[in-house]
Design a protein around this ligand. Structure first.
Ligand code: GTP
Ligand code: MG
Ligand code: NA
Length: 345
């Protein structure tokens, strides 16, 4: 399939980390939503996806971008939220397998925890670049909130003993990362992003560091992976969830990581009883900056390009299998293609 050198797709960013480090809250802060408040027990139990158009990202990073030459070649960021609870290893694995870059969230008061370690192993296995959000800096004793301020401005504005506690915890974190084989450095001192993981102090409550985190994602994806992000027409699409929606029947939530999907396309989906060949009736997305896993209004599209989280409405999806790939076919699927999809149960 043809690659288009001067055109990039949206990078897919996966948020990983130990339970309750603030993954969903960080996204809530950027989206200006309250998804985390609505979660049963405050625990994420599904993979989520949110589309952030570049205009919104530019708005949030404007204080940092002033005077710096940052090109904006990517159309958007698609951010995948994952659960941190120990029982959801399969979802962390699935989420990390979809992404181009990850944000590993660490609670600065707790350091590296068991599912932090598990996440690091997943990232290592796949050689996925990542940055670290050192979250909950507002919990450093005596921290004075500077809402939504770049942390490069918010940290120097703190009292000396607050800055000292920060430095101590930062050093402990760097030692802990070194013990699992990663050089790391706070992002403003990181001169080599290829050999050193960038650490970004953040607060998902008051918002310090959130502009820095977004700025780094945009600059790193463009700097490190413009080749990987080059647009191609090759379809890559993963099925996340099978859901019954009132008025639509059984739908599937998918992440489109490559290519284009259109209404009316014939798709082939893995089913418990073999391949399901069906026609896309509707392609639906949440509004930009809204979480896909939360019920809400959908936007209908005639066609959608990667990367996006999409709800597909079509007949015959009842026994579709999550975690599998979706194919598109012009002739209803060759025997070879269908064989590939036949699953053992
Ligand atoms: P799981 O998805 O269940 O793994 O949790 P999570 O990593 O998404 O964390 P979540 O967003 O659910 O936040 C967990 C708790 O920490 C909530 O009570 C949040 O309000 C709180 N929290 C998250 N970020 C911060 C922060 O930056 N500062 C403070 N003080 N509390 C935070
Ligand atoms: Mg969460
Ligand atoms: Na939580």
């Amino acid at each position: 399939s043809a690659r288009t050198p001067d055109r990039l797709r949206s990078p897919i960013v996966c948020i990983l980390g130990h339970v309750d480090t603030g993954k969903t809250k960080i996204l809530d802060k950027i989206r200006k939503t309250n998804v985390q408040d609505g979660e049963a027990g405050g625990i994420t139990q599904q993979i989520g996806a949110t589309f952030f158009p570049l205009d919104a990202v530019k708005r949030e990073t404007s204080k940092l971008a002033a005077g710096r030459a940052l090109s904006h070649d990517i159309p958007a960021l698609l951010i995948i939220d994952t659960p941190g609870h120990e029982s959801f290893t399969n979802l962390r694995s699935r989420g990390s397998s979809l992404c181009d870059i990850a944000i590993l969230v660490v609670d600065i008061m707790h350091g590296l925890e068991p599912q932090t370690m598990e996440s690091i192993q997943l990232l290592k296995q796949r050689k996925t670049p990542f940055i670290v959000a050192l979250n909950k800096v507002d919990r450093l004793y005596d921290w004075k909130a500077k809402p939504m301020t770049p942390v490069i401005d918010a940290l120097p504005a703190q009292k000396k003993h607050v800055q000292d506690e920060f430095k101590r915890r930062l050093e402990e974190t760097k030692v802990a990362f070194a013990e699992v084989g990663f050089n790391s450095e706070v992002y403003w001192d990181n001169d080599d992003v290829r050999s050193h993981v960038s650490l970004v102090p953040t607060s998902a409550i008051s918002g310090e560091g959130i502009p820095d985190l977004l700025y780094l994602l945009v600059s790193l994806t463009q700097k490190l992976m413009s080749d990987r992000l080059m647009w191609t027409s090759h379809l890559e699409c993963t099925l996340l969830e099978v859901k019954v929606i009132e008025g639509l029947g059984t739908t599937i939530d998918v992440i489109l990581t490559g290519g284009t999907l259109k209404e009316g396309d014939t798709i082939v989906v893995c089913g418990l009883d073999g391949a399901i060949v069906t026609t896309v009736r509707a392609l639906l997305t949440p509004h930009p900056m809204k979480e896909m896993r939360v019920k809400g209004q959908y936007v209908r599209h005639a066609s959608i390009e990667a990367a996006q989280g999409i709800k597909i409405s079509a007949d015959g999806l009842d026994r579709a299998v999550a975690g599998t790939q979706l194919l598109i076919t012009e002739d209803g699927g060759s025997e070879e293609e269908l064989d590939l999809l036949r699953v053992e149960v």
